[in-house]
Structures are given as structure tokens and as C-alpha cells.
Design a protein around this ligand. Sequence first.
Ligand SMILES: Nc1ncnc2c1ncn2[C@@H]1O[C@H](COP(=O)(O)OP(=O)(O)O)[C@@H](O)[C@H]1O
Ligand SMILES: Cc1cn([C@H]2C[C@H](O)[C@@H](COP(=O)(O)OP(=O)(O)O)O2)c(=O)[nH]c1=O
Length: 214
Amino acid sequence: MKGLFITFEGPDGAGKTTQLKRLAAKLQETGRDVIVTREPGGTSISDQIREVLLSPDNKKMTDQAEVLLYAASRAQHVHELIIPSLAQGKIVLCDRFIDASMAYQAYGLGIDEQFVRSVNHYASSGLQPNRTYLLDVPIEVSLARLSHRQSTVTGSELDRIEQKPADYHRKVREGFVRISEQNRERVCWVNASRGEEEIAGDIWSDCNRLLNHF
Ligand SMILES: Nc1ncnc2c1ncn2[C@@H]1O[C@H](COP(=O)(O)OP(=O)(O)O)[C@@H](O)[C@H]1O
Ligand SMILES: Cc1cn([C@H]2C[C@H](O)[C@@H](COP(=O)(O)OP(=O)(O)O)O2)c(=O)[nH]c1=O
């Protein structure tokens, strides 16, 4: 694969979207061909699945349906958009990927880790990011940031996942930290409790190192 695949992970409200946009702008300034995308979503079919996943009306969704719908949305996204873009040598910046399913569905909901990993391996044909920025914040900080933000699916209301109890979000955060410890080569842990500029500076220096080997 000729391109570079970079993902952003972390709890809701950690500042992923903010940092992803900043990195995209920096890369574009240096003349790189960048695709910005997100999960769940990124293609028309994946966005339709996103609506089902995040609508607060769908409180009856079973854990089994949830894990499979995230994987289905990802399967379409990977094969329709991400792999073809990487094949053209582009840099793909993606807001969330498989680590989110490991943190939210495996660690958060308690679904068998091995199952979540293998269903997502199938969905993505084994595609792995070259680098993942894990924006880590205590949930008190991320939930406070969220209360000031408009949801992309629901407007001002929190979406179905964001509405889950604080204990769930705590487990998700712990899941992300564990993932970063188990994947030190790929995952760059970022203290996201700081100001936007400082975080962006750290990400940009790491990304520059990555680009030197690209
Ligand atoms: N470092 C930061 N410090 C304070 N507020 C931030 C910071 N980064 C982002 N925000 C704000 O927090 C909210 C959530 O940020 P966002 O980038 O949408 O997070 P995420 O994509 O992780 O859910 C937004 O209102 C954003 O302006
Ligand atoms: C990609 C993915 C997301 N999610 C959750 C995390 C978010 O709560 C939601 C996506 O909503 P989104 O608004 O894109 O995230 P954020 O609030 O961080 O900007 O879906 C999973 O539970 N599993 C997954 O595999």
C-alpha cells in the first residue's frame, strides 16, 4: 500500500475531530494529498448505518447488533474509500477505527475480545493504521467538553453512545489506555487535557517523523 493511514482515537469529547482537522490543514499546507474521514461513516452506506447506530431512538439495540453494525459500516468504508485512497498514495486521516470497537464494544460492553477482533479483521481485510493518536483525557474533562458541543446526528442532544452512564465511559477510557500499552509501536499516547496548540504541536512533530520514513 503506497499511502499512509492515520487514525485518531479516544473518549467522546477528547478533541479528536479538532486535532484531526489541524493535522489535515498542516499536511495540506505542505502539499500532501489528504483524505479526511470518520467512523462510523465515510461513505453513503456507512453513513446510513451511522444514523441507525447513533440515533437515541434505538435504545433497544442489542450488543450483538451494535458490534456487527459498527463492523458492517467499517467494511464498506475500508473497501470503498480507505483502501482505494491508500492505493493512490494518499494520506488518510480517520476519526476512529477498530480500536474504538475494542474499547467501546469489547472493553465497554464486555463482548468477547477475540470475537470483536476477528469480526473486525474480516471487515477490514486486516488493514491496520500506520499510526494512531490516542487522545487521552479523564472522563470528567471529556464529558464537560461534550456538553458544549453539537452532535452530528442529534443536534444539541447527546447521541445514543454518549448518553450511556459515566461508568461505561470510564471503562472505555481504560480500554483505550490498555490498547495503547499493548500497541506501543503503532499507538502514540497523547495527554489531551492540555490546550489545543500544545497537543497539535506534539502530534505534528510525531507525524513529521513518520513522514520522513514514508
Ligand atoms: N484541548 C482542548 N481544550 C479544551 N476544549 C477543547 C480542546 N479540544 C477540543 N475542545 C472542544 O471540546 C469539544 C469536543 O471536541 P471534539 O474535537 O469535537 O472532540 P471529539 O471529536 O473527540 O468528540 C469541542 O467543543 C471542542 O471545541
Ligand atoms: C467507530 C466506533 C465508534 N463508536 C462510538 C464512539 C462514539 O460514541 C460514536 C461515534 O460518534 P462520533 O460523534 O463520531 O464520535 P465523537 O463524539 O468522538 O466525535 O460511536 C463505537 O462504539 N464503536 C466503534 O467502532
